[in-house]
Design a protein around this ligand. Structure first.
Ligand code: DAH
Length: 342
C-alpha cells in the first residue's frame, strides 16, 4: 500500500488541469468517494489496528495533498477564466483613442501664414478669376504684343482671338483691384496659377502664387524693401537675410528678384541653394507707370510697389521638401507629417 501511495503522490504532483472537464476528471480520480484514494481508505477498513494507525496517517496525508492540489487547480482556472472574460470587456478607465483628424495641406497652411503676416501690416485680401482674359493677364500689365510668355508653350489658352486663358500669374488680380478701387490700395492676392510646363521636382503646371500690391502717394522702393524685409523675418525667422537682384518684369520698373539666405544650410551652402547660400522666393518692383495708366490711376500722383511669390517654393523652404510633386500626389504618408503645423 505504501508504494501505491507514493505512486499516487507523484501522479498528483505531475497532474495538469487546463479545463473545467479536466478538473472534474481529476476530482473523480483523486477526491470523490469512488476515487483511488477512496478505494485505499476502504481497503484500510479491514486492516488490523496497527496497520490502520500507521497507514491512516499516510492516507490522510495523501488525501490532503490531493485536495490542496484540487484547490490550486480551481484557483488557477478561475484566474484564467477571469482574465479571459476581462480581455473581452472594454477597459472604461483607459483614456479615449484620439480621433483621426485630417491635416491641413501644407500649401494652405503656408498661405494662411503669409496672409496673417500681411494682414497685420494693413493688407486686405483680394481674389480674381482663374480663367482670365488677355487684358488682365498680359496687356494691362504692359506685356508687349510679342512677349514670349504669351506663346503657347507657357500659357494654357482656352480660346484664341480674343484670347481667354488660365491665368499664368496672380498679377492679373492687381489689374482687377486697380480697376475697381481707388488708392490707397494695400492688397494681397493668393491663388492658383497655370503654366504649360513639364512636371518635375521643381516645376508644375498648376501651382500657387501670392501677389502683393501697394499704391498710394509717395510710395517708394524703400517701402517695398522694408515690407519684404519684415515679411521674410516674420516667416523664416529674424536671422534670415534678404537681398534684391536687378531683374526685368514688364509690369515693374525697376524690377528685382528677391532672395533670402538659405534657411536650410543657414547660408553655408547646400544642394537646395546650389551652394550659393541664397534661394529665390519671388519677384518685385515699382509698378510701371504704364500699368497704373492702363487701370486709370494717375502715375503723376500715385506710385506703388508689387511683388509676387511662389507658395510652393516658400513651403519647400519652410519644411525642407525637395520635390514639388509631393504637394499634389495626396500621399497620406507625406500629408500626415503636417498634422501639427499651424
Ligand atoms: N508675376 C511674376 C511671375 O509670375 C511675379 C512677379 C514679379 C509679380 C514682380 C509681381 C512683381 O507683382 O512685381 O513670375
Amino acid at each position: 500500500m505504501k508504494e501505491k501511495v507514493e505512486e499516487l503522490k507523484k501522479e498528483i504532483e505531475a497532474y495538469i488541469v487546463e479545463t473545467a472537464e479536466e478538473l472534474e476528471q481529476y476530482r473523480m480520480k483523486f477526491i470523490s468517494r469512488k476515487s483511488v484514494v477512496g478505494d485505499l481508505f476502504n481497503e484500510l477498513k479491514t486492516a488490523d489496528q496497527e496497520v490502520k494507525r500507521e497507514m491512516g496517517r499516510t492516507l490522510n496525508e495523501l488525501k490532503n495533498i490531493a485536495t490542496n492540489r484540487f484547490k490550486s487547480f480551481v484557483d488557477d482556472l478561475e484566474t484564467k477564466e477571469g482574465s479571459e472574460k476581462l480581455a473581452n470587456v472594454p477597459d472604461l478607465t483607459l483614456p479615449p483613442v484620439a480621433d483621426q483628424l485630417g491635416a491641413q495641406h501644407p500649401i494652405l497652411a503656408t498661405k494662411a501664414r503669409i496672409i496673417e503676416i500681411f494682414e497685420r501690416i494693413g493688407f486686405n485680401l483680394s481674389e480674381g478669376p482663374e480663367v482670365e482674359d488677355d487684358w488682365h493677364n498680359f496687356s494691362a500689365l504692359n506685356f508687349p504684343e510679342n512677349h514670349p510668355a504669351r506663346e503657347m508653350q507657357d500659357t494654357f489658352f482656352i480660346e484664341r482671338n480674343p484670347d481667354i486663358a488660365l491665368r499664368t500669374h496672380t498679377s492679373s488680380v492687381q489689374v482687377r483691384v486697380m480697376e475697381n478701387q481707388k488708392p490707397p490700395i494695400r492688397t494681397l492676392s493668393p491663388g492658383r496659377v497655370y503654366r504649360n510646363e513639364a512636371i518635375s521636382a521643381r516645376a508644375h503646371c498648376v501651382f500657387h502664387q501670392v501677389e502683393g500690391l501697394y499704391i498710394d502717394e509717395n510710395v517708394s522702393f524703400k517701402d517695398l524693401k522694408q515690407t519684404l524685409y519684415h515679411f521674410v523675418k516674420e516667416l523664416f525667422g529674424k536671422d534670415t537675410k534678404i537681398r534684391f537682384r536687378p531683374s526685368y518684369f514688364p509690369f515693374t520698373e525697376p524690377s528685382v528678384e528677391v532672395d533670402i539666405s538659405c534657411n536650410i544650410c543657414k547660408g553655408k551652402g547646400c544642394n537646395i541653394c546650389k551652394y550659393t547660400g541664397w534661394v529665390e522666393i519671388g519677384g518685385a518692383g515699382m509698378v510701371d507707370p504704364n500699368v497704373l495708366t492702363s487701370s486709370n490711376i494717375d502715375p503723376e500722383k500715385y506710385s506703388g510697389f508689387a511683388f509676387g511669390m511662389g507658395i510652393e517654393r516658400i513651403t519647400m523652404l519652410l519644411y525642407q521638401i525637395n520635390d514639388l510633386r509631393l504637394f499634389t500626389e495626396n500621399d497620406v504618408r507625406f500629408l500626415k507629417q503636417f498634422k501639427n503645423i499651424k
